[in-house]
Design a protein around this ligand. Sequence first.
Ligand SMILES: C[S@@+](CC[C@H](N)C(=O)[O-])C[C@H]1O[C@@H](n2cnc3c(N)ncnc32)[C@H](O)[C@@H]1O
Length: 429
Amino acid sequence: MNKEEFYSMVEPRDDWSFSDIPRSETRELTHSYHLYPAKFIPQLARAFINEYTDEGGFIWDSFCGSGTLNLEALRTNRNSVGTDINPIAVLISRVKTTPLNPEKLEAYVEELVQNIEKKKVYSEQYYVRKGVLNGNLNVLKEWFSDESLLELGHILEYIKKMDYPKKYQEFGLCAFSSILKRSSYWLNSSVKSQKDPEKKPGEPPLYLRRQLRSMKKANKSLYEEIENTTTQIRIFRHNSKHHLPKSITKFDCIITSPPYVVSYDYSDIFRLSTYFLFYQEDYRKFRETFIGTPLIKKRQRSLDDTDPEAPIINSINDTRIKKGLTEYYMDMGGFFYKSRYHVKKDGQLIMVVGDTELRGVEIPNAYLLSRIAEMNGWFLENAYEREVPVKILPTSRDPLTGKFTSKKGGNYSERYEKEYILIFRVDSS
Ligand SMILES: C[S@@+](CC[C@H](N)C(=O)[O-])C[C@H]1O[C@@H](n2cnc3c(N)ncnc32)[C@H](O)[C@@H]1O
């Protein structure tokens, strides 16, 4: 199928736009726990689940991010697995999909807040000795005032040392992660790691208290909604270029949205949380495992002339973008190839992707990904498009600051106003 044939088969799905949904409904229950860029809106995840799976079915979100799909699967009685390369995504998804007994959670939160308020904040050396601030100290010092850093060390020490089951500790860690940008010099609402020298961050204990209060409320609503459920969820860290563990039975369906081509840098957006909670000795190596990272890798891979993306990539002059795109499509090829072995014989893959434009060259990402999937064992059954309501996803982003903006043209790069939904089936021919 060529590009024209592909785009002519795309059918609009107005019912998947959800343009009339108020923002509050996209943040219902535990969906509000933690910010995460380019989340599914829950209503869309739920629409896919209802249309492509049956109750009791088994779904995999191979790029689960903040676990939107898994939470909706839980609410609609489907078993699911969520995997992501980002340890912060794994933490958020796990906490979001693990409702806790509200009374026990109340006791945990109370004890945590009391410890933080009543106990003394110690020195930097103390938190280094306790292993709360260690290898990460120099980087964290660039992002936090001395006072905030000690307060955060104090909070983290209690989250880690209080004697509660792991799921409570993870609840505390998720709340901690979600207040880090606010507590630092991170430029407000920026999706790039950029400082705002003018910023006067507030007090971490205050932010944490508020965060815990709102998470507690959301937890209670979810707990009541799914009381007595027998639905199973597993969330773990996994690189989708590799095979899943053999112990996992085959899925009915994969529903996912992969990282977009040269868009959000998921490998660095959570820099503060990663340094605090999952310190990486070799940060560069860590970033290289993410698909779509703009980091130029030492390993060089080159295009074959028969690759569908070759003519488009070769028409771009910027070598950095060229390399980024080459890596992206090769990595996605690896994902398609491996993932089909984890799906039942006539199982499906539902994937949300967007087209884009880079340095004046149109990148027909939806078309390229469908060709690459077809070369790796999947058959494209249908392709749909949905309008992305502007109030949910701002249309432009300043490439220098990464901040969203309403300005258009000039320096500003267009965000996706339209998304494609590709429906594949395992090719058993
Ligand atoms: C568009 S986001 C998914 C957002 C998700 N649908 C949600 O609702 O939050 C894409 C995700 O792909 C993850 N990712 C990037 N490279 C990966 C890899 N090699 N293996 C698994 N996940 C990866 C990123 O960490 C990011 O969370």
